[in-house]
Design a protein around this ligand. Sequence first.
Ligand code: FMN
Length: 321
Amino acid sequence: MYFEKISVAPMLDWTDRHYRYFMRLISQHTVLYTEMLVADAIIHGQRDKLLEFNQDEQHLVLQLGGSNPEKLAQAAIIAKEHGYTEFNLNCGCPSDKVQVGNFGASLMSDPILVSECINAINEATGLPTTLKHRIGLDYEYSYDFVANFVRYLSERTNCTKFIVHARNAILKGLSPKQNRDVPPLKYDYVYQLKQDFPNLHILINGGIKTTNDIDTHLSQVDGAMLGREAYYNPYLFADFDQRYFGSSKPIKTRFEVATQMIPYLENILENHGKLHYATRHMIGLYHGCKHAKLWRQTLTTKLIHNNSIDEYKELVSYMVE
Ligand SMILES: Cc1cc2nc3c(=O)[nH]c(=O)nc-3n(C[C@H](O)[C@H](O)[C@H](O)COP(=O)(O)O)c2cc1C
């Protein structure tokens, strides 16, 4: 299993392949996750488009959504053929759509089914399969709920990596967005999981924003997964290879990252795509810097309108630090 001290969370519509390529320029070693892909979409949809990724994105984990073991296994086999080497099952998403399919966070109430799903993927592909889940469902706030979930899965499957979003999922009455903010964070539950299951890889997620936050968590658990902060402030990750993965390579400047995106953007145009496919994910690159507003405004107006690589190059030339 890949050593995963720091990772970027799976985020629908955000962590697509363009974002991941951009993020990989900033950090070589941070583990990246796809958006959640529903098993049925992989089996019946435009699988090549959904599963496409650039080899430079590795180490990359495919997050699967679903609760039918056979379908998950079938989807995982297809994904393996496309080059994926690790899977993660979503047991944390509270959206209504996902609840209709009886997967995502609601799966936490059925650890037997989760074990069948994990084992099916694992047996079909021979590849590591991990879980991302919450600490509780609705108003069930006891530590035992999540501890029993982790215990059961660790005993009945080969899953050794548990990514724990340190909040309950409230299935009725809160939107997915509210479910990322309203239920209180209980980091101590995740720390306790590491105490109680020292041989498992316990990764913590939820509300992590700074290297101070990360360092505090890493003194208690094996890894930290960042979601929104990785999107809004991607350059936070610029020294993570050195800080967390022992790399001695020089840290890239924002200007270098912006410049290194040029061949990638040119390639999008050559394939009749829009620069915006990738630049929409790059808005946060200059977060907190002098020319942040110029960068943001140009990416979100002129560049969308004109789709011109020359305008992008001109913008980058203004951004020398
Ligand atoms: C736009 C968006 C989309 C998300 N999509 C997914 C998803 O596909 N799968 C998943 O497990 N979690 C998803 N999440 C939840 C994140 O992975 C993460 O657990 C959550 O945002 C808490 O981490 P954070 O506080 O660092 O953002 C999404 C979050 C956001 C903001």
